[in-house]
Design a protein around this ligand. Sequence first.
Ligand code: HPA
Length: 280
Amino acid sequence: MNVEIFDRAAARVLPLAPHVDMALILGSGWSDAIVAHANFAVRARLPYSEIPGLGAAKVVGHAGELVIGEWNGATSLIPMTIAVWCGRRHYYEGEGWEAVLMPVELSRRMGGKRMLVTNASGGINPALRPGDFVVIKDHINTVGINPLIGPHNPAWGARFPDMSAVYTFYLRERLRAATEKTGLRAMEGVYAFTSGPVYETPAEVEGYKRAGADIVGMSTVPEAVFARACAIEVAGLSLVTNYASGIAPVPLSHEEVLAAAQTAKPRMAQILASFLDTFA
Ligand code: HPA
């Protein structure tokens, strides 16, 4: 990876936010779920197009803006500083790892010790319906690539980082509780990461199901692996926007994914708010 591009991006962003407590990386449809919240005080905003190596988000539904702000929770005495990455870059965009990992690397350099990653996914487990939330308990990388392939950078952890607990247990519990507080059930599940940009075939989905996956999507795992290697505590929350390929007899489309995310938006905001309140 090109460390120099991270240095240039840090020179642009760190003066705005020398320190954050936590980072949120918000995927398809999630972006404005927290920024507009009454308890969130915006301190700085920067479009991705002004961050070297990140560039404008190119996928419809991904906002492409970094918002730095303070969360003043219902019971908090000290506000928590958060970097909210509204939108992400994906492996399938073909521009390399730097853009995909930039939010994690900059959050790390800002001192962020926790990270919540959200996404949209297709439901594989037959118990899941569109509109359900899944707390990610583990993942399967079906792609066979890894962002840490390349020369070892000690700033990013060990040469062979442990992945036996990528998603931190107490954060999973808090996410589950925050979801249930909104009156929704929150299953824990295994996320299968595919490269995209194609949706899966029914045979692939059947294979992932037999391997133990509950949901499938095209993001999150590169960021989670990188963050975990760097000793950042990671939490992942997925909105099931559709039945995965072959689970229901309908073709998949990005419009369907965005429409489901739009419907779920008020609940996304509630969940994120009650999750952030647990850090008061
Ligand atoms: N597959 C892959 N990525 C997705 C899906 C899906 O079914 N739904 C939302 N993102």
